[in-house]
Design a protein around this ligand. Structure first.
Ligand SMILES: Nc1nc2c(c(=O)[nH]1)N[C@H]1C(S)=C(S)[C@@H](COP(=O)(O)O)O[C@H]1N2
Ligand SMILES: [Mo]
Length: 540
């Protein structure tokens, strides 16, 4: 491109008249406008129906489904819960760079490349939106129209960048248009026309973008959630005891507030659910397939249980764990109504966005497995699975806690695997006993302080937590209230902190008498082990 610049006739610039070969930034601008207008158009089309998604979300979902495990682990480790924002921006930036290059060559004559790029973009999005997880054949539409729009803008950009011949024959009535003429009388670029047209496209893009957002907003599940009453258990749990976290700063609350509750899922945008059409189906290896509306579930007997759930990706000391009061229907009762076949050995939760998580039928051993409709006294938050999700005490989320639940399918492990299993995670994954130090921080003043944290071993309960300071003896800590064997327990210990550097570690013993192993294993394939260890700098 550098060379072709040099071969152009010398530029004669006068007023808005510029060189024959459009400057690179013209093409770059057209490339970005083509991409922006395309995406905006895709967003508008996606706003027409609940089943459609914008091209970026379609492509992003597909990328999420195919990222190699090490990259996924790295992303969660590096960006935590913001990994999705990082993903979306990475996709946008990569496509934007390509769009800039394509814009430059298209505007300079290679319209074939511009069209090929638009077609590829449209087809990639259409493929992503029209196949596999959470799709519909009309799902190809937003991306196809986005591609067509991008092609249109690129071609228009190419035309705008054509030198215009001097208008020697001017109708007598018309005013001559000097803007398109060079002083030499040769054809020249019309910079003013280009800028006006680009400005117009930019304004249209912003307007389309706003319309698309507005249209898509109609399908936000938060609107549906705002219209439901909180599910009320027939026998509410007693109010929790005074929370020790109120007097021990930095200690995790006994019940994790909804806003602080971790969120892990594969959804780039929350699935949109209309309560009018939403149903929970019980299917597969059952005597009678069943189907329940939201009202059907809400008018059943609702139970309330305190249960700690954890992500398998929670590292030792990590915060992908939380304790909540879940309200919902007994899973055992629902499945009893359907009648499980003797040869079924797996219960598979399927979500509205076709995530799946399976666990053994044998898990239904009397533990409180719940189809949850509520959390901490509210309707289930959208981020935690509105309208309904599964909560199975004692199992990591990826094999049990299906959010945005639409189906419970009775099946067999030798026939079907949940979403994460073919991606290298274990088919069965009970939660490992763990404990975490929440305080003190890494640098404190000397004197008496509390060492405090939480420990969990859902279904087994926590019977003891010990702390070791430097190479001292293991000291038994005070345990906070026990809400249930499925819930975590807080623990604390007074420590007379002396100046210098110290190491503190903790270990929990669960209700079956097992103490956490010191052996450090990674989160993959079925949960981390090891003792949480912190270093504290105590000032003089
Ligand atoms: N539909 C759906 N449900 C899902 C997931 C998902 O990706 N999609 N992730 C699971 C995982 S890995 C975990 S750890 C829990 C997290 O639940 P939370 O986001 O409410 O904390 O949800 C589970 N349920
Ligand atoms: Mo998870």
């Amino acid at each position: 491109m550098q060379e072709s610049d040099a071969t152009q006739p010398a530029t004669v610039t006068a007023g808005s008249v510029v060189a024959h070969q459009p400057p690179r930034w013209w093409g770059a601008l057209i490339g970005l406008l083509a991409l922006g207008a395309g995406l905006a158009m895709g967003g508008v089309i996606a706003g027409f129906s609940r089943v459609l998604r914008s091209p970026i979300v379609s492509v992003g979902d597909r990328v999420i489904d195919h990222v190699p495990k090490p990259l996924k682990l790295w992303a969660v480790r590096t960006f935590g819960t913001t990994d999705k924002t990082v993903l979306v921006w990475s996709i946008v930036i990569v496509i934007a760079i390509i769009a800039v290059l394509v814009g430059i060559v298209t505007v300079r004559g290679r319209t074939d490349i511009g069209i090929a790029f638009s077609v590829l973009l449209g087809l990639a999005g259409a493929w992503a939106g029209g196949v596999g997880r959470n799709t519909h054949s009309v799902g190809v539409l937003p991306s196809l129209l986005a591609g067509a729009t991008a092609a249109g803008v690129l071609l228009l950009g190419h035309r705008l960048a054509q030198p215009r011949a001097p208008q020697s024959v001017v109708p007598a009535s018309a005013t001559p248009r000097p803007v398109a003429q060079s002083m030499t009388g040769a054809p020249a670029l019309d910079r003013r026309r280009f800028l006006m047209a680009s400005g117009g496209i930019a304004v249209a893009t912003v307007a389309l973008g706003a319309v698309g957002r507005g249209l898509q907003h109609r399908f936000d599940s938060a609107i549906e959630r705002a219209g439901v009453r909180p599910p009320a258990p027939q026998a509410p749990l007693p109010a929790p005891p005074t929370d020790p976290a109120l007097t021990t700063e930095g200690l995790s609350p006994l019940i994790t507030p909804i806003n602080d509750f971790y969120r892990i899922d594969t959804a780039l945008s929350f699935p949109s659910v209309s309560l009018k059409s939403w149903k929970l189906k019980i299917t597969g290896m059952v005597d009678n397939e069943r189907s329940y509306t939201y009202d059907d579930l809400m008018s059943r007997e609702l139970i309330e249980r305190d249960i700690t759930i954890s992500c398998v990706s929670n590292e030792v000391g990590g915060d992908l764990v939380g304790n909540a009061r879940w309200i919902g229907c007994s899973l055992d009762d629902l499945l009893a109504e359907a009648g499980i076949h003797k040869d079924a050995d797996q219960i598979m939760g399927v979500s509205v966005d076709e995530f799946t998580a399976g666990f053994p039928v044998a898990t239904l051993d009397g533990r409180d497995a719940i189809v949850a409709l509520g959390m901490n006294g509210e309707a289930l938050p959208v981020k935690n699975g509105f309208p309904a999700r599964l909560i199975i005490p004692g199992l990591y989320g990826y094999v049990s806690a299906t959010k945005w639940l639409s189906e419970i399918r009775l099946t067999r492990f030798d026939r079907e695997q949940g979403y994460w299993v073919p991606r290298g995670w274990s088919a069965e994954a009970p939660v490992k006993t763990q404990s975490r130090i929440d305080r003190p921080g890494s640098s404190i003043a000397k004197g008496t302080v509390a060492i405090a944290g939480v420990a969990w071993a859902p279904t087994r309960g926590i019977t003891q937590v010990e702390v070791q300071i430097d190479d001292g003896v293991w000291t038994v800590t005070t345990l906070g209230p026990s809400l249930s064997d499925n819930s975590w327990r807080q623990w604390w210990l007074k420590w007379d902190a002396t100046p210098g550097k110290h190491q503190i570690r903790c270990r929990a013993t669960d209700g079956s008498g097992d103490t956490q192993t010191e052996e450090r294993v990674d989160v993959a394939p079925n949960g981390a082990t090891g003792w949480h260890t912190i270093r504290v700098n105590v000032g003089a």
